[in-house]
Design a protein around this ligand. Sequence first.
Ligand code: TMP
Length: 245
Amino acid sequence: MSSLKGKVVTKDGIEGEEIPQLEFPFPPVPRPKGKFITFEGGEGSGKSTQLKLLGDFLHQRKINNILTKEPGGTEIGQELRRLLVTGDKDKFDAVAECLLYYADRRIHLTNKVWPALNDGVWVLSDRFADSTVAYQYYGYEKKVSLESLNMLYDVTVGDFKPDLTILFDLDPKVGLERSYKKALGMEVKETRFEDRGLEFHNRLREGYLELAAQDEKRFVVLNANKSIEDLHHEVIRVIAERFKI
Ligand code: TMP
């Protein structure tokens, strides 16, 4: 038995009842009123701290905003996050990772990001789909093809994309050191990707820069090797220029 255009069709070609199907193309993409801003970068680049500071700055300007992240921006996503960022680095491969990251992304978009944007709330996200291309394509030697990643994006995200992506560029040696230091204080160590070694992280950095060069309209690259305060001022400058606030 197969399903054809919403009808159940038996082996003998007999058509049955209409069955409800999800709309295609997925999803019915909203035309949001809020802005969707994503922060990207390798490990320890300081993007999470900068995201919080930007949120506070926007609140001071009376711009309603929420901070979120991938993976783990929703309750279900928190469970996926635990699977993805803890434990043995080889417990599953890049294909399995992509599917899990995209499951997290779909839930994140439908349950949190799109409703907020439709309410006019700005959404600041620590990572989004560029992370999947950077990590699961550029980072790995055994990579997932760009074609497959683009297909996953189309099915999961449609033609929706961030209004702005800030890439925090940093030498991975510096970033990894910071990141392992932070992990010392964690009960469950979220270092599954840190454990892939410097070569992986160098490829990742180059990959991010390539992504930024391919889409100069959406990306702004900042040198993240600065004090928290200096970097925050850079972020504000970028946001003020881009959104005229
Ligand atoms: P975080 O440490 O920035 O919170 O991100 C969690 C880890 O997940 C980080 O090592 C990057 C990795 N990651 C991917 O490999 N692919 C993805 O699509 C995303 C969103 C994150």
